[in-house]
Structure formats: C-alpha cells, structure tokens
Ligand binder design. Structure first.
Ligand SMILES: NC(=O)c1ccc[n+]([C@@H]2O[C@H](COP(=O)([O-])OP(=O)(O)OC[C@H]3O[C@@H](n4cnc5c(N)ncnc54)[C@H](OP(=O)(O)O)[C@@H]3O)[C@@H](O)[C@H]2O)c1
Length: 319
C-alpha cells in the first residue's frame, strides 16, 4: 500500500527524511482492526518526528500521522482516537500510552491498524476531511478549554500564535462555547483572519493587552512565554500543550507565586472526550478550519507549508 514515512531524522532539514512509496500492509494483533483511511491531517507532531523528537532511530522507517477518519472492517464510518493505551478511564494519564506513529505505524497510509477500542462512529453530517482534523489538534484544544482551563463561558482567554492547527481550533471552539477570545500572531494577515474566525481582538506577538486575561492557551513556548505570564490576571491560569519555538524559557518564578498563577500541562484528550467533541461538532454545526486539502501523494507540499509557518488552520490529506 502507499504510505508516507519518516525514513531518517534531521533537526535542521526535517523534510529530507520524508519518503513516499510502497509499504507493507498492516498486520493487526489481537484486539486490533484495520481502518481504510479516507482522510488524515498533518500535525506539528509529524514534523517533530522527522526532527527526531519523541522517537528513537530503531523505530524507523515509521509511517507518520496521528489522525484518521475512514471505514472500518465492517464498513462503518469511523474516527480514530490516536492515543494507544490499555487503561480504562483517561488514557492520556497512562505512563505507557503512545500516540500512533510513535511506536505503531501512523495514519498517512491507505490502511492503518488500530485498537478496536479506539474507534468512534463518525456522524454522516461530519465529512471525512473534517473528522480527520479532530483527533489531535481539536481534541487537544477541547481539553485545554473545557477541562484544564477550569473556566466558565464569558471568561477571557488569550490564544498565542493564532495561525496554528491547535490555535485555530481554540479560537473556533472557544468562540462557540461563549468565551471572549483574544489572539496574537506575528503576521498581520493572520491577525485579520483570526478576527474573521471569531477572535474578539488580535494583537501582534508580545503586544500590551487592554486588560489581563483569565487564562492563556500556550502552544508556542519560549517565544511567547514571558508575554503569556504577564498577560494573566492574579490567580490566572496558563494551559500549555506545546512549545514549538523552544521548551526552556526563563520561568519567572516570582511572578508565578506572587500573582498566584497556575501553569497546567495538557496533552491530547481521552477517547470519551473525543466522542464528546465529535458530538459537539454535530450539535453546533462547528467544522474545523482547513487551510488546504491535498492528495496524500502531495504530502511534502503540506509539510513544507507547516515548516515555513505559512498555514492558517489544518492541512488535510485525502486518499
Ligand atoms: N501535547 C499535545 O497533545 C499536543 C497536541 C497538538 C499539538 N501540540 C504541540 O503544539 C504545538 C502547535 O501544534 P500545531 O499542530 O498547532 O502546529 P502548527 O499548526 O505548526 O502551529 C504553529 C503556530 O505557532 C505559532 N508560532 C509563534 N511563534 C512561533 C515560532 N517562533 N516558531 C514557530 N511557530 C510559532 C505560529 O503562529 P503565528 O504565525 O500566527 O504567530 C504558527 O502558526 C506544536 O509544538 C505541537 O507539537 C501538542
């Protein structure tokens, strides 16, 4: 079958390790099944893998991709939860959990083996392309907003780095749930698009805000960390799921204790949360923001746009 794999690591030139071509069919073990992939989507995780982050060289070549929507062996339309764990309850808290494409082959392929328990029914009203955006970026945003932030609708939330897959999901989901959303972006064009998408206001990266916010949603890391801490009201909360620009900013401990700030990590979401997110989309009519849809064979174009920071929303690959 056709698949897109990480064949080598390069921290400086991640695309050099990307290979497209024939790959062995999946062989699902006991309790697993095969899904025929109709659509999948790109996440920064796939770029990290090509850079050699979160995976060891002995696992290569590895089929990339954490997200899939497709058809299961019985002909049902499904969305795949990408977190592999034997644990009942919150799978993301299982120390042995792994994401598709880390230990087991991922979803950038015609077919993927997944645990049967990871399948969630896809409503007919949600397209395969839209459903393929949900399991990583939108699920992560859902958990950050509705679980980890601890906030009620009407609260003010700052989203750093407005153009990203998770960031656009935060704006859309937050808006739909009644939060006041402020966003930052390095690019004026992206700030305008953030407002069209539903942000109440958009600011240049690092700009002084009109007032302090209840929570900040962080995916950028080093480049925005100091601004995020300064943006919080006393008792405010930082929810962080990623650090694209680096993981070691100065912590500014005095600000954290003096203003009694919370810093809360967030990773992916549980299968139960993904099921609720799918229903949220079905009920509200909300659909993910897709920057571009490409045939899987054109995957390098999508990767290049992500590495160059050109995206506003998700890249979907179809089969
Ligand atoms: N923990 C989890 O479960 C989880 C899940 C999903 C994602 N993540 C992580 O969250 C991060 C975002 O993921 P994504 O898929 O949304 O990525 P993405 O689509 O590539 O988003 C990157 C965004 O970051 C912003 N950014 C600001 N300063 C940046 C800088 N110096 N360098 C690069 N980007 C900068 C950019 O926004 P502007 O151009 O608008 O400024 C850009 O649009 C990644 O690090 C990813 O690994 C973690």
């Amino acid at each position: 079958m056709f698949a897109v794999t990480a064949a080598r690591f390069s921290s400086d030139d991640p695309l050099s390790g990307l290979e497209l071509g024939e790959h062995a069919e999946p062989a699902p073990p006991e309790g697993w099944t095969t899904v025929t992939v109709k659509a999948t989507s790109l996440n920064h995780h796939d770029v990290w893998t090509l850079r050699g982050v979160g995976i060891s060289a002995d696992r290569l070549p590895m089929i990339l991709g954490c997200d899939a929507a497709g058809v299961d062996a019985d002909g049902n339309e499904v969305v795949v939860h990408g977190v592999v764990s034997d644990r009942d309850g919150d799978e993301t808290l299982d120390p042995a959990r792994t994401l598709l494409s880390e230990r087991y082959d991922g979803t950038f392929a015609e077919r993927v083996a997944v645990p049967r328990r990871n399948l969630i029914g896809k409503p007919a009203a949600v397209s395969f392309a839209d459903a393929a955006c949900l399991p990583t970026a939108y699920l992560t945003a859902y958990r950050m907003l509705f679980d980890k932030s601890g906030l009620q609708p009407g609260s003010t939330i700052l989203v750093q780095g407005a153009g990203g897959g998770v960031a656009t999901a935060l704006i859309l989901l937050g808006r739909a749930a009644g939060f006041r959303i402020w966003a930052t972006s390095r690019s004026e064009a992206k700030r305008e698009r953030a407002i069209k998408l539903g942000a109440d206001q958009a600011f240049p990266a690092g700009a002084r805000l009109p007032e302090r916010v209840d929570a900040v949603m962080e995916t950028v890391g080093e480049d925005t960390w100091a601004h995020s801490l300064k943006a919080l009201r006393p008792g405010g909360r930082m929810v962080i799921c990623g650090a694209t620009s680096g993981t070691m900013p100065p912590a500014d401990l005095a600000r954290i204790f003096f203003l009694q700030l919370s810093v809360v990590g967030s990773t992916m979401g549980s299968r139960a949360q993904l099921a609720r997110l799918v229903r949220f989309c079905e009920q509200t009519g909300l659909r993910p923001l897709i920057d571009r849809t490409l045939p899987l064979r054109d995957a390098p174009e999508g990767f290049a746009a992500m590495v160059n920071g050109e995206l506003f929303g998700k890249v979907v690959f179809t089969l």
